[in-house]
Design a protein around this ligand. Sequence first.
Ligand code: BDR
Ligand code: CA
Length: 315
Amino acid sequence: MKLLLDVDTGVDDALGLLYVARSPGVELLGVGTVFGNVDAETAAYNTLRALEAAGRREVPVAVGAARPLLAPPIAATWVHGEDGLGNTYLPAPAGSPVAETAVEQILRLTRTHPGEVVLCAVGPLTNLALALGLDPDLPRRVRHVVVMGGVVMRAGNSGPMQEANVWHDPEAARMVYRAGWPITQVGLDVTMETFLTDRHLAALVAAGEAGNRAAGFAAQITPFYLGVYQRFLGQPRCAMHDPLAMGVALDPTYVECVELHVDVETRGELTRGMTVADLRGLAAPALVKEKPNVRVALKVDAGRFMADWMARILG
Ligand code: BDR
Ligand code: CA
């Protein structure tokens, strides 16, 4: 399968990149970056660090949007560290980002491989929105869009009802959700059920000490992020948001989805950035006027996913 990633690397983005980079049968065409956890350029260098740790220096990394369509950018450094990789301040990667922008990369690769590219976005959706604005034919050329973002049945993480990636740029998310392409939403409903624990971390540390570079990199960057989650969850574990979304891009059977109409609130005083799912679609679909536009993941086989994620990193 041909995969194009859009990331704001970030610890969990990096943990997902290691997994994709070590997955057989995946043609990773490129990675684009966006502001979010850190600025877009720092995200690109973090992406290169993760790809190099996984032995995949050849994958092109393109820098994307520096800010949301309308709102000011706000970095999530309190979750991912000032450097985005858990305040590890790792040495610079050997490679550099390509000259093309992330938006140009989306447009070019979907023209080269029409109907074949799976686009998995695990940061704010600004690059996708900008690409849609430049080329309204884009949705017809993309096979599947998998978004780590949103939440419909549980609490948010950037506000009472808001998930961070959608909250960072609600206007962009609205454009993406309204674009008429096949979208799977891998939101907090399932990612807050999928955890890396202190036991996983101990196995990564041991493999890293035994010479596994990808495991060693994961072991270095994760403790800060795990510590942040431990403080608010009360348990030594952290959410595998982006790795799960990338996992679903490769194997949709990790989750069970329902088809719902979902839109993004952009103006609500308390709810700007909320994914508003018409849950009447579950019990009384006749009451819903709009057609479902999103496959929303509501259940996850977290045990199988985490076993596969560990096997990919340790293998
Ligand atoms: C999302 O926000 C970021 O902090 C993570 O990398 C993930 O993509 C979770 O809400
Ligand atoms: Ca992310």
